[in-house]
Ligand binder design. Structure first.
Ligand code: ADP
Ligand code: MG
Length: 672
């Protein structure tokens, strides 16, 4: 067993993670479904990869790279062994700029290769073997085995067809055997061509370089055609095999008219066509035909060719084809036919037989229920949801679901699913933003109140005593003054105003003190009745109470909450016009909350004042009447009960009846 066989399979194609932009084009283009998406990154699974290089060709970001063997080749050259380069017949398509191919041969020699020969002679030998199959009545129909990616595809994914593969080595291996026969069995052989699957095709070949790598080596050596003297390929020279790399190349090389074959030859090339042909062959629809299959559209379109970004792929294809044809026509004109026949004769004794193995890599199909579950998770519940849009890289939603189950794909690859998820995220984000904004507003309000609380506590404390003295002395002076003394009125005014100051100061102290809640179980109905009875309102103002309370028990601070309701009722009363109005109280409850609505038919609150309402000292009432502390105190008490206070108001008669409704929601169990 060679080292190649016992070491785990070396990765032929890898992803440069930073470059992968998750377009799933490689997933779509991979005929082997050997690309796995993990965390949004495309990775090639070495065991499943057939080396076709489609992913390398289609990746617009150049994120897929193949294993380079430049160092290995340099080592071979440096080791003192004789090393031969065998150049694939597609070279005129790659090196179109070097008109005289002998200059290219010399450049390759300059790199350190002892011999430079053409694979096309190997193709001539291989074609001879195919000719035998195609013209035979006895032999069963065969699938061509010269494309290593096709061979692997059949070994892995259509193992039942392995016996149909033509048991003939590829032109590369044939040429390697020719070279060793001619130049010695110790000769090291390096293949140079357009294919990356060749790197893993056969242990007989020491290394395989793509044209891209060859160009890299040439530029490392700074070699230019003008610097070398042209030399010809080393013998044996190839013949018609030089046409091998274009479509129908095998048939052209065989060089006999198709109608003398025992069966038709179906030529299929490119990712979809070769798969289709294999499927039909396996199903028995075309089982009597021979298949000439190529993974790329001719080897001239192989992934190891240099990209020509300035030409479209179609024009590239025909231009390349023309380059190869020109070379072949010229070659056949110049060729020493006699020598070729001698060589052909000499090397036709080489054994070109080979065998292939079944290496079944097919995956079991998951059960329908499992597939359905995955589809449901992506929001696909029926045929109408199966868009089969292909954005994920799979042909259908079902194929995608199967790949997810097999661990090859992710849900997020589904574009409609991901878009919907993003929409949901945006909605959620908007809601959180709104919540955040209202939390910020509440915070600002309570900070303001806390600041006010501290300030007012200080001022109130300082003012209370002097005010007491002013009240006391103005009263004493008033009492001492004669009843008709005009100063009596002035003193009365002083006492009255000082009393008013005391009231404000009292309110401030109250405001500052409201930072502790004395929770007790209370009856909300009783609390409301008590509050109503504590306010004195003019006769033309009616209060109606509607209690829909199912469970009146609630934990709260009775005194503080009484203050809340009496203040609200007072405000409502003060907002009423001369002719009076109605204050309607409606109470309801749930298991967790009690809601109190206090609605009045008063003047309403002007829109411009809505956001000032809970600010301390904001009042619209004349001096002597309002302090602007009622609502801030209410707000503080409700918040300390973990409750909510809000209001709705209309002050514009043209919009309907004016009035204000305050709503308070209190948690039933308070802070327990
Ligand atoms: P004050 O009653 O001392 O003015 P408040 O803090 O209790 O202070 O009220 C602030 C302001 O809010 C009032 O001056 C008034 O403009 C407005 N207001 C409060 N409740 C009502 C209501 N029910 N109808 C109309 N306006 C109201
Ligand atoms: Mg008030």
């Amino acid at each position: 067993m060679s080292i190649e066989e016992i070491t785990p399979k070396r990765q032929l194609v890898t992803t440069i993670r930073e470059r992968c932009r998750v377009c799933y084009t490689c997933v779509r283009e991979c005929p082997a479904k050997a690309i796995k998406i993990i965390n949004g990154q495309a990775e090639v699974i070495a065991e499943r990869c057939i080396g076709c290089g489609n992913c390398v060709k289609v990746c617009s970001q150049n994120a897929k790279v193949f294993r380079k063997e430049i160092d290995k080749v340099k080592e071979l050259i440096g080791s003192g062994n004789k090393v031969a380069a065998i150049v694939a017949p597609s070279f005129p398509a790659e090196f179109a700029e070097i008109k005289n191919h002998r200059l290219l041969v010399s450049i390759i020699r300059e790199l350190g290769f002892h011999y430079v020969a053409e694979v096309s002679f190997g193709a001539d030998l291989v074609a001879g073997e195919y000719k035998k199959i195609l013209q035979s009545k006895q032999l069963p129909p065969a699938i061509s085995s010269d494309c290593p990616a096709i061979v692997k595809y059949i070994e892995y994914y259509h193992p039942n067809l392995v016996d149909s593969l033509a048991t003939i080595v590829s032109p590369m291996v044939a040429m390697t055997r020719v070279m060793r026969k001619k130049y010695g069995s110790n000769l090291k052989v390096v293949f140079i061509g357009p294919c990356i699957a060749k790197k893993d095709e056969s242990p007989e070949v020491d290394a395989a370089l793509t044209y891209r790598e060859l160009r890299e080596m040439i530029s490392q050596h700074g070699l230019k055609p003008a610097d070398v003297i042209p030399t010809d390929f080393d013998p044996p020279m190839g013949g018609r095999g030089a046409i091998f790399p274009v479509s129908r190349g095998l048939l052209n090389t065989v060089g006999v008219k198709e109608d003398i074959f025992e069966r038709n030859v179906i030529v299929a090339e490119g990712r979809s066509d070769f798969q289709e042909a294999i499927r039909e062959f396996e199903n028995g629809q075309i089982s009597q035909e021979h298949l000439e299959l190529l993974c790329c559209e001719g080897c001239i379109m192989g992934p190891g060719m240099s990209p020509y970004p300035f030409l479209s792929s179609l024009s590239r294809r025909f231009r390349k084809r023309a380059s190869v044809s020109d070379y072949v026509i010229h070659k056949l004109e110049e060729m020493d036919m006699e020598q070729w026949e001698k060589d052909y004769e000499l090397y036709s004794t080489i054994d070109l037989y080979c065998e292939f193995t079944r290496r079944d890599m097919r995956l079991d199909r998951p059960v329908s229920k499992e597939i359905e579950e995955v589809l449901n998770k992506m929001g696909k519940f029926g045929p109408q949801d199966h868009l089969d849009c292909g954005a994920c890289g799979y042909e259908s939603c079902e194929e995608h679901a199967i790949a997810i189950i097999r661990g090859l794909a992710e849900h997020e690859m589904c574009l409609p699913y991901t878009i919907e998820k993003l929409h949901n995220y945006i909605d959620e984000l908007n809601i959180s933003n709104e919540k955040l904004a209202s939390a910020q507003e509440a915070l600002r309000q309570s900070e303001k109140l806390a600041g006010m609380g501290q300030l007012s506590a200080g001022i109130a404390h300082e003012l209370n005593n002097p005010l007491g003295i002013i009240t006391m002395y103005s009263n004493i002076l008033k009492d001492e003054a004669a009843p008709d003394d005009p100063i009596r009125n002035d003193l009365e005014l002083i006492a009255e105003q000082a009393e008013r100051c005391k009231k404000i100061v009292g309110g401030l102290l109250n405001f500052a003190r409201k930072n502790q809640v004395n929770y007790e179980e209370n009856d909300i109905n009783r609390l409301m009745e008590h509050s109503i009875s504590s306010v004195v309102l003019p006769e033309n103002i009616k209060i109606s109470l509607e209690s829909n309370i199912m469970n009146p028990v609630i934990r709260l601070d009775f005194d503080q909450m009484t203050q809340v309701f009496t203040n609200l009722l007072k405000n409502a009363g003060e907002a009423m016009p001369e002719e009076g109005g109605t204050i309607s109280i409606i109470m309801s409850d749930t298991d967790d909350n009690v809601t109190i609505n206090i609605a009045d038919t008063g003047s309403g609150i002007e829109e411009e004042n809505h956001n000032k309402l809970f600010t301390p000292f904001f009042t619209t009432k004349p001096i002597g009447k309002g302090t602007g502390l009622g609502l801030p105190i209410i707000y503080g008490i409700v918040k300390m009960h973990k409750g909510k206070i809000s209001f709705n108001s209309n002050a514009d008669k043209s919009r309907g009846p004016t009035g204000t409704t305050f709503t308070i929601v209190l948690p039933r169990y308070g802070m327990s």
